[in-house]
Design a protein around this ligand. Structure first.
Ligand SMILES: *Cc1c(COP(=O)(O)O)cnc(C)c1O
Ligand code: SF4
Length: 337
């Protein structure tokens, strides 16, 4: 066990389970915590019915009470702006419900790597999420359905990397994940395992010793791609979780979404890259928003995105510059801008 793990003892599994049971789901609890009213927040009951509030307390504690524009708050706020329809914004902007999803539990769009939808649920509901309209009911992928997904992966010799996705795959428990990783390690053509997750950011206690043991002890090389959008998300507990992940020999990257009013300034993007690196993660992608219905108020134009990216490229070392990308239905990879 490395020194890094030793100086930040891993939390018990019960800690993250307790945090998952104690999510903020009632608007009244959110208003009280922030000392703001529904009116001050522009809260919409209807938007919250369409996609419910779901917010871990550890994430909420990083918000500034009294600030209706807090960049963390805006990521989870069911706002009246979501009810506005906008041309070009649809419920399946990435084409995930069609031909790329022939087998429940798998999304195979790019050569060599396949998304395995480990679970349909998340610890947090991000209002801009392109999966807010995804038919999770068809992709619940309970443990009982994993064998069929694994068989489909095993049958395709072109696949070298499996990406745990969802939902948030780390909502699944340590024991099912251990079984899944073991089964994948038995598929000879696989070389890498990737985990796309927001849990180390929103509930850092999720980074348990058993999870790290599972991810670091198989023959597969493991990459974790966390998701944070603003420097304020990376507090000391998150930095300790990053240190444990890195201490287990796992490559740690971050992806962000460019979001109007949240991180669409050069200063915010630079602060995020710097903070991520301080905490031990490298910036990977900066995504343009997927044009999902209800999220038009987060949209940043492609012209503005390019300008911002040029500005930060002129200020940051190359290794702290995320790649600016957008997803284009039918394209063979994320499209670099
Ligand atoms: C983003 C994505 C991947 C991973 O793409 P990378 O460029 O390798 O990070 C794989 N499959 C799907 C369906 C994706 O959306
Ligand atoms: S899939 Fe990711 S972005 Fe979407 S709601 Fe879950 S954690 Fe947020």
């Amino acid at each position: 066990m490395s020194a890094l793990i030793a100086c930040h003892p891993a939390p018990a599994p019960s800690d993250w389970r307790a945090a998952m049971r104690d999510l903020i789901t009632s608007p009244a609890a959110l208003f009280e915590l922030l000392q703001l009213s529904a009116d001050q927040l522009g809260w919409s009951e209807q938007a919250a019915r369409d996609f419910p509030l779901r917010l871990p307390r550890a994430f909420a504690r990083r918000m500034q009470p009294g600030d209706p524009q807090d960049p963390l708050l805006l990521q989870v706020l069911a706002s009246q702006q979501e009810l506005l329809t906008a041309p070009g914004f649809s419920s399946d902007p990435t084409g995930e419900t069609g031909a790329a999803n022939p087998q429940p539990g798998i999304i195979h769009k790019y050569h060599g790597r396949v998304l395995l939808l480990v679970t349909g649920s998340c610890a947090i509901h991000c209002r801009y999420c392109f999966r807010r309209h995804f038919p999770y009911a068809d992709n619940q992928n309970s443990r009982a359905e994993w064998p069929a997904a694994l068989a489909a992966i095993a049958a395709d010799r072109s696949i070298s990397e499996v990406i745990f996705s969802g939902g948030d795959p780390l909502v699944a428990g340590d024991e099912p994940l251990r079984e899944l990783v073991q089964a994948l390690a038995d598929i000879p053509q696989l070389r890498r395992l990737r985990v796309h997750t927001r849990l180390p950011i929103v509930i850092p206690e999720r980074v348990t010793a058993q999870l790290l043991e599972t991810l670091s002890s198989s023959r597969l090389q493991t990459v974790m791609v966390v998701h944070s959008n603003h420097a304020n998300e990376i507090d000391p507990q998150v930095a300790q979780a990053f240190a444990r992940i890195r201490g287990a020999g796992i490559t740690l990257l971050n992806q962000s979404v460019l979001l109007a009013g949240i991180n669409d300034t050069a200063a915010a993007l630079i602060a995020l890259s710097e903070r991520l690196f301080e905490a031990g993660a490298l910036p990977y992608y900066l995504h343009l928003l997927d044009k999902v219905a209800g999220a038009a108020h987060f949209d940043v134009s492609e012209a503005r995105a390019r300008e911002l990216h040029r500005e930060i490229a002129a200020r940051l070392p190359g290794y702290l510059l995320p790649k600016l990308v957008r997803e284009v239905a039918g394209a063979p990879a994320k499209v670099l801008l």
